[in-house]
Design a protein around this ligand. Sequence first.
Ligand code: NI
Ligand code: MN
Length: 220
Amino acid sequence: MQLTWLGHSCVLLSGTKKVLIDPFIEGGSVAATSPDIVAVTHGHSDHMGETVSMGRKTIAITEIAKYLKAKGVPVESMNIGGTLVVDGVSFTMTQAVHSTAIEEAGPGFTGGVPAGFVIGMDGVKVYHAGDTALFSDMKLIGELYHPDVALLPIGGRYTMGVAEAMIAANFIGAGTVIPIHYNTWDRIAADPLVLKKAVERTTDLKVQVMQPGETFEILP
Ligand code: NI
Ligand code: MN
């Protein structure tokens, strides 16, 4: 399976199917990726992004799924703790410690709760944490699902920063950690090399620092 970080929290998984997570990048479009499936972690505009305009089959928490369905988007709804298999790709929705609102709908559209996903395809599992603080049940996500790759926000301010992500990497135990949700704007500035040095000095885990648009091959 190939993993492409398009920028911010947006990641494309390409294997048997093309799965696009959180279809938003700053100042650009990710519509040309033509995914088979879109997965949305929560309603904030830097995650919902182009979900409605792309109109692809979309996986989201029940409340966001209802909103998207009303907009004509084909949806598969689920909720925290559940697993759903769509076109041979498995999606487990995990907790995220954050807030949410369907921002494009205006004030009052809370859109359930924020989430992350463990996505399994072609014998590989990827954990996309969404926007979240560090939480100790990340240990449970590691024990239960054994992800090969963990995509962790490190920008601070709205999510974990580098110091918390070091602990998260240990809790999850995925062999490869990829930092996301940083340096999109000055207010989420972070240095991924600090995380890389600290994690690789103290554990057997690898931190893959990527440039937006770069692709990483994940072997099962
Ligand atoms: Ni958010
Ligand atoms: Mn965000």
